[in-house]
Design a protein around this ligand. Structure first.
Ligand SMILES: [Zn+2]
Length: 373
């Protein structure tokens, strides 16, 4: 058994002191110091003892990309994400050919369960079933109508996928996917009206991909995708909280509206953790300057955000407590994809545990109880 004492525990119900966390592969107890038995005892020295973070939407990090179809590269992403306190993630593929996607899926299948660091929970297939008019930094030449059979065929590895519900045949395809699989369907890269988006929710969409980015905006008559997602309690919303993709003055309002249905993501690409310069995303050239990644035509192309920094930014601009802020990158993403075995410090959950300082820098990281940092 491993014990962490002298920490500020970030529990679902709030922050707790004078409580010791006991775990092996899973969390076994929240106990008093006098109850510590045999095993390793770690002194958290007053720092935050937090659930590990889960990133549902991350393309790459530190030079590698999940779309590369490179097993060693994907494992490096898994390993490097530990530095950010990210203990599980969905490697996220771009709009590519089926052959390239299937290669990336196979790599994830092969690595899942044997990763060096952060756990691969499955794939987030962000494309290719999106709308040309809202493709953002996705390559238009591979866009296709929603292909239910493709998603069903790969539903062993795909956990989340983005679709544009206004495209031809999308509603029927969404219904078919929801009937036959547990794949979570998200609205995004979409120009749907509020009505079309709601039809998508009725068909089984329960998530929205990077709220406000690459979607029809909130209008006061036509809600657009953004307005429909914000006002429907069935739907969780991703937010890229890098202070650039969405104005941080909106963070508080988004939290008020969505609460536990708000999910911080990074949308990070391979330039994350790297110096300014030229990189690629989905086969297209991207230039990084500061926190801005852009295609040659100026279109915003992913981010270089880290998930612990997203929590820091969100807390700073909302005044949430540590325990409240951390949920947006742990319990909430896990709930959004039905991954109920982890995401919080509760007895019985997988021991994905991080000791953070008060700026959310990770100092110690456990994945399934194994020390990774
Ligand atoms: Zn993305």
């Amino acid at each position: 058994m491993t014990y962490i004492k002298n920490g500020v525990l970030l529990l679902p119900e709030g922050e707790a002191i004078n409580t010791v966390l006991a775990f092996d592969t899973h969390i076994r107890g929240l106990i008093q110091e006098s109850q510590i038995g045999d095993g390793e005892v770690i002194d958290a020295k007053g720092k935050l003892v937090s659930p590990g973070l889960t990133d549902l939407h991350i393309h790459g990090f530190m030079g590698d990309d999940a779309s590369d179809g490179d097993a060693e590269g994907l494992d490096r992403i898994s390993k490097n994400l530990i530095k950010n306190g990210v203990t599980s993630f969905l490697p996220t593929t771009m709009t590519l050919s089926y052959a390239e996607l299937e290669r990336a899926f196979d790599v994830a299948r092969g690595l899942r369960g044997n990763e060096s660091g952060s756990s691969i929970l499955g794939i987030n297939a962000e494309g290719p079933f999106i709308a040309e008019g809202r493709k953002g930094a996705q390559d238009g030449k591979y866009i296709k109508p929603v292909d239910a059979d493709f998603l069903i065929r790969h539903s062993d590895i795909i956990r989340l996928t983005t679709v544009a519900p206004e495209t031809e045949g999308a509603i029927e395809a969404i219904k078919k996917v929801k009937e036959k699989t547990n794949v979570v369907v998200s609205v995004g890269h979409s120009d749907a009206s509020g009505e079309q988006t709601k039809a998508g929710f009725d068909a089984g969409i329960t998530h929205a991909t990077h709220l406000f980015n690459a979607m029809s905006p909130l209008g006061h008559r036509n809600l657009g995708v953004a307005g429909a997602a914000l006002t429907d309690d069935r739907v969780s919303c991703e937010l890229i909280a890098d202070t650039f993709h969405v104005n941080p003055d909106l963070y508080k309002m988004l939290y008020t509206l969505k609460g536990d249905k708000l999910v911080l993501i990074t949308d990070c690409m391979r330039a994350g953790g790297m110096p300014d310069g030229e990189y690629t995303l989905g086969g297209q050239r991207v230039t990084l300057r500061g926190i801005e990644c852009r295609l040659d035509d100026g279109v915003i192309a992913g981010s270089v955000l880290t998930l612990n920094k997203a929590v820091y930014n969100f807390k700073k601009h909302t005044g949430l407590s540590y325990a409240e802020a951390i949920r947006l990158a742990s319990a909430n993403p896990c709930a959004a994809i039905g991954q109920t075995d982890r995401g919080s410090i509760e007895v019985g959950k997988v021991a994905d545990v991080v000791i953070f300082d008060y700026d959310f820098n990770a100092e110690k990281v456990f994945v399934g109880g194994k020390e990774k940092l």
